[in-house]
Design a protein around this ligand. Structure first.
Ligand SMILES: Nc1ncnc2c1ncn2[C@@H]1O[C@H](COP(=O)(O)OP(=O)(O)OP(=O)(O)O)[C@@H](O)[C@H]1O
Ligand SMILES: [Zn+2]
Length: 879
């Protein structure tokens, strides 16, 4: 098997690298950290889902920053190409696949991480542990081959499986135990079979007896059944007769009973008829009584009517006298009523003028009040201030103010002058101290110290004088300022006074005009009032009269509808009523002075008595009718009795004889029932026995079938027992290991001879954990752990190659990650030669190295470089 290609995506340091393996010796070269081992890890990951390096989590294998890594490995095996695709992290394992590639078509054979791993193991015969111990050599792991040499060898030879096979809980023993159990089972089966056969014979005998018994019973049953059928027929006939017999007897009894009852009913007939006649006579009186009662009620009603009419007559009479009185009063009031109406008319005519008079009077009153108010205002307001005088005063004050201002200005300019001079003198005083030459700045003469001092004194004196003056002027200005502000205040006050005076004068004039106007209006109104006063007086007088007449007028209104016609109408009604009452009274004269109610009560009592008699009569009638029907019935029943007695004689039924037949029938039924139940019992037994026999037959057949296997099982058990003995450790296993031992040893020594180590021979001992020993030239036997690092690496490599060469003809590649570590220059060169010559054993070698020297060994160079964070691949053919 050969690795054809690997595609790596986001795996460790690789972004995306597509690497083909073409030579027999492929050298992957690059600096530390370039991403060489990552390729080997990718191969391992695609085969076993595990990297060679110590990665704790699958996530560590994914290129930092990427979310998912994918590795695709192309393997060639026996002319077929397999494509294995693996993914990390675990959430994508369901997308793992292995497929077969033929003519560019891809057929997926398995999917999902576990299934894919299983398939790889089956198809390529690749056992992870074996491969890692031999031909895939991880970085720094070359020597690990020493530790597990015996285990690996056993695994390669599948000896471990043989061991398991003959184990005491291994599969062979298990099968043997199972067979043995079966044999024991079959032995007990044989016993059961014999038992079943005996049982069967027993049951067949029993069945024979029952069959015979059944036959006897059938014969007896037939005899009894015939007897039974005869008696049943007889019984049926008698039953029919009995039914009719019972019917007839009960009918006859009933008829006789009826007759005696009916006779009882008929007994009283004559007495009842007499009673009836008497009652009929009494009842005849009833109609007369009713007639009389009606007449009395009519009279009673009429009397009541007359009384009512009398009552209305009385009311009419009262009304009549009342109305007559009222009419008399109405006539007395008539004159005053007319007068009142007249006055009312005149008052209406005067109303307008009176209203005007009143409103003018009111107006006059209010105008007079207003006038007196204005007049009092005028008398209160004395015009005391003379405006002209105030004007003059103000003029004089303003002049004063002007003068003072001028004075102040003059003082201010004088003060300015003084200040100017003080400044000048101060300047001069300053200059005098700074003069350089000898010329006086004041007079131009020579400036001696004396002169200087004199001038200084003069200036200081002058300054004092000016200062004095300055103060005096300032004082004076302050004084004038005070006067000016005082004047200003006075002027302000006077101006205000003047304003108020002007305003007051205007108000006063205004009041005078108002007074005049009011007086004029009052005069006009007074004239008008005088003109209207005649009407006013008349109005007052009429008003008084109206007031006096008003009660009479109102009383008259109360009698307004009392008229002559009304009184005449009432009189007419009165006469009519009197006539009606007279008529009614004439009609009922005969009932006068009798107690009508008592009379009616008496009559009603008698009617009630008669009604009772009527009821009695009706009862009698029904009784007599019943008696008539009873007589009829008696006749009918007597005829019927005669007919039924005839039938009874004809029927000729004997109850005793019927009882006899019944008893006979019951006895026969009992006998038949017994026979039947006995038969049922026997049939049941028969069926059970037949079933039992059938079941036993089947069981016996089944046992016989199973027992046929017994001999076969015994033979198989013996054979397995022998096989297990043959597989015992010392024999096959020891033979295989020994054969391998010499094979591996020969190969190992032949390879090692090329390393030119100082050993004569290396020995392999599978029974020992560190089972490699080297013989020195002086004949000493050294265990491998005592050798130097370089020696150990050489032996380990040679051993791996030896195992590969001698044991695994199916594996086609060898992977070496940094094999030159610990080797000196010389052995490194040897290694190159070894690698080259190993090609004869392993068709494909993949070497990972940072050592440029190893390039000589390769015919296909894959150079790796790290650019930034990513590994980049460059391929060089080394022809
Ligand atoms: N998950 C990751 N993502 C990205 N880079 C990683 C990841 N894990 C490891 N690396 C880096 O990948 C680089 C390649 O590692 P690798 O073991 O392949 O290097 P190498 O070429 O075999 O070097 P050496 O000769 O030192 O063994 C290293 O620099 C390592 O730090
Ligand atoms: Zn001078």
């Amino acid at each position: 098997m050969i690795i054809r290609r690997i595609d790596i995506e986001n795996f460790l340091s690789h972004d995306r690298s597509l690497i083909e393996f073409k030579g027999t010796v492929n050298v992957i070269i690059g600096h530390n950290g370039a991403g060489k081992s990552s390729i080997i890890d990718a191969i391992s990951f695609s085969l076993f889902r595990k990297s060679l390096r110590d990665a704790k989590k699958q996530e560590d294998l994914i290129k930092r920053g990427a979310g998912r890594a994918t590795v695709t490995l192309y393997l060639e095996n026996k002319g077929k190409i397999y494509v294995i695709k693996r993914n990390a992290p675990n959430q994508y394992t369901s997308e793992d696949t292995i497929s077969e590639l033929t003519n560019d078509t891809r057929r997926t054979i398995a999917r999902g991480a576990t299934t894919v791993s299983q398939k790889i193991k089956e198809l390529l015969n690749l056992d992870e542990e074996v491969l890692k111990s031999t031909i895939i050599v991880g970085q720094g792991k070359i020597e690990s081959v020493f530790e597990n040499l015996p285990d690996v060898t056993k695994k390669i030879l599948k000896i471990d499986k043989i061991e398991k096979l003959r184990d005491s809980n291994g599969p062979i023993k298990e099968v043997m135990d199972k067979i043995n159990n079966k044999i024991i089972e079959l032995q007990s089966l044989e016993k059961y079979k014999n038992e079943s056969e005996n049982q069967k014979i027993q049951k067949e005998k029993e069945l024979e007896n029952i069959k015979r018994e059944l036959e006897d019973l059938n014969i007896k049953e037939e005899k009894e059944r015939k007897k039974y059928e005869d008696i049943v027929k007889l019984n049926e006939e008698e039953e029919k007769k009995e039914k009719r017999y019972v019917e007839l007897i009960s009918l006859l009894n009933k008829l006789k009973d009826d007759i005696s009852e009916l006779r009882e009913e008929v007994k009283d007939e004559n007495r009842l008829r007499e009673e009836k006649e008497k009652l009929e006579k009494d009842i005849l009186e009833k109609d007369k009584l009713i007639e009389e009662k009606e007449k009395i009620i009519e009279a009673q009603n009429k009397i009541k009517l007359a009384q009512e009419k009398e009552k209305s007559l009385k009311t009419i009479k009262i009304n009549l006298t009342d109305l007559e009185e009222k009419l008399k009063r109405k006539r007395e009031l008539e004159e005053d009523y007319k007068k009142y109406i007249e006055i009312k008319g005149e008052l209406e005519e005067l109303e307008e003028k009176e209203r005007k008079f009143n409103s003018l009077s009111d107006r006059l009153k209010s105008l007079k009040i207003k006038l007196s108010e204005i007049e009092s205002k005028i008398s209160n307001r004395k015009i005391s201030i003379n405006i002209e005088e105030l004007d003059k005063e103000l003029q004089k004050l303003n002049e004063d103010l002007n003068n003072k201002n001028q004075e102040r200005e003059k003082l201010a300019s004088q003060l300015g002058e003084i200040k100017g001079r003080i400044e000048e003198l101060n300047k001069l005083l300053g200059n005098l101290n700074q003069v350089k030459g000898n010329v006086c700045p004041v007079c131009g003469r020579e400036l001696s110290d004396d002169h200087k001092r004199k001038i200084q004194n003069e200036i200081i004196e002058k300054l004092k004088e000016l200062d004095e003056l300055n103060k005096k002027f300032k004082l004076e200005i302050n004084k004038i300022n005070g006067l000016i502000s005082e004047l200003n205040q006075i002027i302000n006050k006077k101006s205000k006074e003047k304003d108020i005076a002007i305003r007051n004068l205007a108000d006063y004039n205004n009041l005078l005009t108002q007074q005049q106007e009011l007086r004029k209006e009052i005069e006009e109104i007074e004239n008008e009032i005088e003109r209207l006063s005649i009407y006013h007086e008349k109005y007052i007088r009429l008003k008084e009269e109206e007031k006096n007449l008003k009660p009479k007028y109102e009383e008259y209104l109360k009698y307004y509808d009392v008229t002559e016609e009304k009184i005449r109408e009432l009189e007419r009604q009165k006469i009519e009523l009197e006539k009606e009452i007279e008529e009614i009274m004439n009609k009922v004269r005969e009932y006068y002075n009798t107690d009508l109610t008592q009379k009616i009560r008496d009559i009603e009592k008698r009617i009630q008595e008669i009604k009772g008699k009527e009821n009695k009569l009706r009862e009698l009638d029904t009784l007599l009718a019943k008696i008539e029907t009873a007589k009829q019935k008696i006749k009918q029943n007597e005829e019927e009795i005669k007919k039924l007695t005839d039938e009874l004689q004809l029927l000729n039924f004997d109850p005793n004889r019927f009882q006899q037949i019944k008893r006979e029938k019951e006895v026969l039924e009992k006998i038949l029932g017994e026979i039947n139940s006995k038969k049922g019992e026997l049939l049941g037994k028969k069926e059970v026995l037949e079933n039992d026999i059938k079941r036993l037959e089947e069981q016996i057949k089944d046992y016989e079938e199973k027992l046929k296997n017994k001999q076969k099982l015994i033979t198989a058990y013996d054979k397995l027992k022998k096989l297990r003995e043959h597989l015992a450790e010392d024999k096959l296993q020891a033979y295989l290991m020994n054969t391998v031992k010499s094979l591996v040893e020969d190969s190992l020594n032949s390879i090692l001879s090329r390393f030119e180590l100082s050993f004569t021979r290396v020995e392999v001992d599978f029974n020992d954990k560190n089972g490699i020993y080297a013989y020195t030239t002086s004949g000493q036997r050294l265990p491998v752990n005592l050798l130097s690092g370089g020696e150990r690496v050489s032996i380990a490599l040679a051993l791996r190659l030896a195992i590969a060469k001698s044991l695994m003809n199916e594996v086609g590649f060898l992977i070496l990650d940094e094999p030159t570590v610990n080797l000196d220059e010389y052995r490194k060169k040897e290694l190159i030669d070894i690698i080259r010559s190993t090609v004869e054993v392993v068709p494909q070698i993949i070497v990972v190295t940072h050592d440029e020297e190893l390039l000589q060994a390769g015919d296909y160079i894959i150079r790796l470089e790290k650019r930034g964070d990513s590994s980049k691949v460059e391929v060089i053919n080394n022809d």
